[in-house]
Design a protein around this ligand. Structure first.
Ligand SMILES: NC(=O)c1ccc[n+]([C@@H]2O[C@H](COP(=O)([O-])OP(=O)(O)OC[C@H]3O[C@@H](n4cnc5c(N)ncnc54)[C@H](OP(=O)(O)O)[C@@H]3O)[C@@H](O)[C@H]2O)c1
Length: 267
């Protein structure tokens, strides 16, 4: 039974909310005390509702706010979270945004903003949290399958998520001697407010599902379960890893090449 002291960014988003709830549920099962600082870009009813939901579920919870593209905000969020929680055992760097755009057309400002949110914020949050996490804490960042495979139209997002994965591998090596583990979770196609507009179109949803070996679009809870595992004592020997949660879709490309043997007939 170990106390959980967590800062979760992007907490009011689809995946962030599910992560907060999964951490509270895991703590309940483990009989562990849990305190969570749920971070959003700004105050509002969504953050208030999440804090109330986490409190009702048994956590001590607070909302903290700041723009993660601002370096000073990253340090301030960690300081507020550390103060509320009485230390930190876990940083979940989940906030992110895709910002579509082709490389031929992207402005330098768009490129920099995408990297500031999806990569630099994780480095700055983790660096600020490092003294608090020392001696058994961990960091989990949310990458993307777009960081594993080029994704035309996501000219800055794909490189940013690829950089995030390497950043976390790098941190894992540099901070292992302090007892800090650092891992990423790499979602595939997940239905959240970020992607809801796409899945409201039933025909697009069906076309996407066909591409997934496990035959469904992912849920925020699928990603949250992977985060909860990496944050748990069960992953205490796991660091520098990228856990892909995509129903098999990213590895499925070669199966789509025409003229090759298809699945063996069922016996
Ligand atoms: N959904 C998918 O299919 C999918 C697939 C692969 C990877 N991912 C990754 O998973 C993570 C969560 O995505 P999601 O689907 O849950 O998206 P979401 O519902 O849009 O949530 C993203 C969260 O990021 C926060 N955020 C955005 N810009 C911010 C900023 N400048 N400062 C502080 N917070 C900021 C937002 O907070 P506010 O609402 O307070 O502004 C929002 O709650 C992201 O890193 C995303 O790239 C998602």
């Amino acid at each position: 039974m170990t106390a959980v002291r967590a800062l979760v960014t992007g907490a009011t988003g689809g995946i962030g909310r599910a992560i907060c709830l999964a951490l509270v549920e895991q703590a309940r099962r483990d009989g562990a005390d849990i305190r969570i600082a749920a971070a959003a870009s700004r105050p509002g009813p969504a953050l208030d509702a999440l804090v109330a939901e986490l409190t009702a579920a048994g956590a001590a919870a607070t909302g903290v706010c700041g723009d993660l593209t601002d370096p000073d905000s990253c340090a301030a969020l960690v300081a507020q979270a550390g103060e509320f929680c009485g230390g930190l055992t876990l940083l979940v760097s989940n906030a992110g945004a895709s910002g579509p755009g082709r490389l031929a057309d992207l402005s330098v400002e768009q490129w920099d903003a995408t990297f500031a949110l999806n990569v630099r914020a994780t480095w700055l949050l983790a660096r600020a949290a490092r003294p608090l996490l020392a001696g058994g804490g961990s960091v989990v960042a949310i990458a993307s399958m777009s960081g594993l495979h080029p994704h035309p139209g996501y000219g800055a997002y794909s490189p940013a998520k690829a950089a995030l994965t390497m950043l976390c591998r790098q941190l894992a090596q540099e901070w292992a001697d302090m007892g800090i583990r650092v891992n990423t979770v790499c979602p595939g196609m997940i239905r959240t407010p970020l992607t809801e507009a796409v899945y409201r179109d039933e025909s697009v949803k069906a076309q996407r599902e066909v591409l997934v070996p496990l035959a469904r679009i992912g849920r925020a809870e699928d990603v949250a379960a992977a985060v909860a595992y990496l944050a748990s004592a069960g992953a205490s020997y796991v660091t520098g890893q990228n856990l892909v949660v995509d129903g098999g879709v990213a590895d499925h490309m070669l199966a789509l090449i025409p003229g090759r043997p298809q699945k063996a007939a069922a016996t």
